[in-house]
Ligand binder design. Structure first.
Ligand SMILES: NC(=O)c1ccc[n+]([C@@H]2O[C@H](COP(=O)([O-])OP(=O)(O)OC[C@H]3O[C@@H](n4cnc5c(N)ncnc54)[C@H](OP(=O)(O)O)[C@@H]3O)[C@@H](O)[C@H]2O)c1
Length: 249
């Protein structure tokens, strides 16, 4: 996820003055620094010492290992950690203020969704406010209550994977029906991008009805999806994500 944010910023007109990266030894930080134009550092503490803001993108289970190396060394932390509430983040990172966010992978291409918990006026006017403005260059920003973050994660953080799965199945269907794989991929990607734009101004129900003329091919396809309870399967995916996140707290 750190790579997605960094790639998004590298391509954005509003990018941080400098980007510093570290990892736990995989070499991904060095590769990313070379790719987007940044610097790879040996330790989390060194990175925190040299940063105005640390974007924390370790797995939630690694929070306790890295937090002591960041706390008090930087002016603010932007947490990307799923299912990790402020009442875990703040004591671990005190006295450094924390902004809890939930971005999705499309920040990489500047069309992400970034949810965050409410900011106090003091925090908003400091480095975390600036960091939030930088994140805003990577997509649409939503300030939501902290108790809304997990449900939001389930529908905007995890959901791109479900939509990518649907796209994969549609491409396979197109190939089975005789399309060249690259062509099928291009057609489905362009259609999915268009649906995303369309949904910004149209309700999903009427959109389905507008496409499915009675007796037509879309209607037959929607009936086939209904028979296989695809809508219930998507609802189950949201429930499963929420259950997993609740289990991690
Ligand atoms: N994936 C998503 O779409 C998404 C969306 C929203 C939020 N998130 C959140 O983003 C966070 C990262 O997820 P991910 O999928 O990107 O995980 P990931 O691929 O495992 O990346 C975690 C990174 O943290 C580094 N790291 C772990 N422990 C460290 C330590 N002690 N010191 C320095 N670096 C350390 C890892 O280093 P190595 O490279 O050496 O292993 C790795 O580069 C999670 O908290 C997740 O909830 C993910």
């Amino acid at each position: 996820m750190a790579a997605a944010v960094a790639r998004g910023w590298a391509a954005s007109s509003l990018r941080p003055e400098a980007m510093l990266f570290t990892d736990s030894g995989s070499g991904r930080a060095r590769a990313l620094a070379e790719e987007v134009g940044g610097e790879r550092l040996d330790s989390v503490a060194d990175m925190a010492d040299r940063s105005d803001v640390v974007v924390l993108a370790v797995k939630p289970v690694a929070l306790d290992a890295v937090a002591p190396e960041i706390a008090g060394r930087t002016e603010g932390v932007v947490s990307l950690l799923a299912a990790t509430p402020l009442d875990r983040l703040e004591p671990a990172l005190a006295p450094t203020p924390v902004l809890r966010t939930m971005p999705n992978l499309a920040v990489e291409v500047g069309h992400g969704v970034i949810c965050h918990t409410p900011l106090s006026d003091e925090v908003r006017s400091g480095v975390l406010g600036e960091a939030l403005a930088l994140l805003g260059s990577l997509g649409s920003v939503f300030e939501i209550r902290e108790d809304e973050i997990d449900p939001a994660t389930a529908v905007m953080g995890c959901a791109p994977a479900y939509i990518a799965l649907a796209a994969e199945a549609l491409i396979e269907g197109g190939v089975d029906a005789g399309l060249d794989e690259d062509l099928a991929g291009s057609l489905v990607s362009a259609a999915v991008a268009g649906v995303g734009q369309h949904l910004l101004t149209h309700e999903p129900g009427p959109m389905q009805r507008a496409i499915a003329s009675p007796g037509g091919g879309t209607e037959a396809g929607l009936d086939a999806l209904g028979e296989r309870q695809v809508q219930a399967a998507f609802r189950a995916a949201v429930d499963a994500s929420l259950e997993r996140m609740a289990g991690r707290r």
